[in-house]
Design a protein around this ligand. Structure first.
Ligand code: PMP
Length: 434
């Protein structure tokens, strides 16, 4: 069946034809590709077309798709039973792997999705501090729980409005939304509401509005400010964790002048190697407030699922220093080539980097780079759709929105990278004429 035929059929059976909205290509238009298999740096659609993949399952596939070590671990685990609802030795092994790498994680609780991880971390922060308010930054995404689907109201750093139908105003109003990378705005929020704030949640480096790294020292200053007011900091590493380094974004800043110590961290994506594993971790004193030791309830039938945990362990163990070096080098090669192609066609743009994550903003207005969501929105976003489709036609699958990061894998070899580079001049021309 064709992609178009499959999409029509899916739309009759599934809302919008998709199980997660960005897959519907709403932002770039056209027909989503229905994928049937993936191997290494490639994905194959139902029409038998192969694409170089720069989505990598939205992050998890750092080793490339269907890495034999991960597939073997999953197959072995599956043969021993899919789900026990009891503790397994492997869960402790995965927790220890994370704790060895990331010092602020003294204890770890496994869940199945990033949404659950952040939702539970927030409940834990509220339970621990006895406070209700949460601060988040505009343009940061932490999953789709009610309090996090909150949008900035009018004016800076106000009580939020519901960011989705179905979110009660009263729940949205427990979230304060502040502009990212703006310490003055954050100081103002704490000056006004400091004694009611349980936590600030922040992407360790923002990558859900395109890539917007924290300004040097921002994470550290944010932790200091929150702590001065008795509030916790939840550093959301669902996307950056084990992707930008073996110890995530925390690891990149650790040992530098801007080293910081969050109270809680959340993980997803790479920690499950493509299977549903996510986690929250942090100081023992806080983590031990979780049930069964403490009063903060949190649970899950599929939490620590043995097949999923096997994929996570195999992925983390295989991702050695050489893998991260290669990811960095591949990200640099591809992002430099995109930038050169755009420049050759006279398309004003800026490459935004956070470790090996990158994305592009288009237009003169943003060519100096952007540091917050308002900046991101000032770009000529319409240039992305023709660029995206030209790449897709040439056999390269990019994230179907300008507001997403690009992801490379360690399986992107010379042949795969070469295909990306070959596609760029045509795509840059399409962006220029948009
Ligand atoms: N936090 C961040 C930083 C994310 O990037 C995401 C997903 N893109 C989530 C939380 C939510 O994770 P999930 O989609 O697994 O619920």
């Amino acid at each position: 069946m064709t992609n178009a035929g499959l999409f029509a059929r899916a739309q009759a059976a599934i809302p919008g034809g998709v199980n997660s909205p960005v897959r519907a290509f709403r932002s770039v238009g056209g027909t989503p590709r229905f994928l049937v298999s993936a191997r290494g740096p490639y994905v194959t659609d139902a029409e038998g077309r192969e694409y170089v993949d720069l989505v990598a399952g939205w992050g998890p596939a750092i080793l490339g798709h269907a890495d034999p070590r991960v597939v073997e671990a999953v197959t072995d685990a599956a043969a021993r039973g899919l789900s026990f609802g009891s503790s397994t030795p492997a869960e402790t092994e995965l927790a220890e792997l994370v704790e060895e790498r990331i010092a602020p994680v003294e204890k770890l609780r496994l869940v199945s999705t990033g949404t659950e991880a952040t939702m539970s971390a927030i409940r834990l922060a509220r339970g621990f501090t006895g406070r209700d308010l949460l601060v988040k930054f505009s343009g940061h995404y932490h999953g789709h729980s009610d309090g996090l689907l909150a949008e900035a109201g009018s004016g800076l750093a106000t009580f939020a409005l519901p960011g989705s139908a179905g979110v009660p105003r009263e729940i949205a109003a427990l979230t304060l939304v502040a502009p990212y990378n703006d310490l003055d705005a954050l100081r103002a929020v704490f000056a006004e509401h400091g004694d009611r704030i349980a936590a600030v949640i922040t992407e360790a480096a923002a990558a859900n509005m395109g890539v917007v790294p924290p300004l040097p020292g921002f994470n550290r200053a944010l932790v200091d400010l929150a702590h001065a007011h008795g509030a916790l900091v939840i550093s959301d590493e669902v996307l950056t964790g084990f992707r930008v380094s073996a110890a995530g974004w925390w690891g990149l800043e650790n040992g530098t002048d801007s080293a910081y110590t969050p109270d809680l961290l959340t993980f997803g994506k790479v920690i499950g190697g493509g299977m549903p594993v996510a986690a929250l971790g942090g100081r023992t004193e806080i983590m031990d407030q979780l049930a069964p030791l403490g009063p903060v309830y949190q649970a899950g039938t599929l939490s620590g699922n043995p097949v999923a945990v096997a994929a996570g362990i195999a992925t983390l163990r295989a991702a050695d220093a050489a893998v991260y070096e290669q990811l960095d080098a591949t990200a640099a090669t591809i992002s430099d080539a995109v930038s050169a192609a755009l420049t050759a066609e006279g398309v004003a743009h800026r490459t935004q980097h956070a470790g090996n994550l990158f994305s592009f903003v288009f237009g003169e207005a943003v060519a100096g780079g952007v540091h917050d969501y308002a900046g991101v929105l000032r770009q000529e976003s319409w240039r992305y759709s023709p660029f995206f489709h030209a790449m897709l036609e040439a056999g390269v699958s990019l994230p179907p929105s300008v507001f997403e990061a690009w992801f490379v894998t360690a399986a992107h070899d010379e042949a795969a990278i070469g295909r990306v580079l070959d596609a760029l001049p045509g795509a840059a021309r399409a962006a220029a004429s948009a």
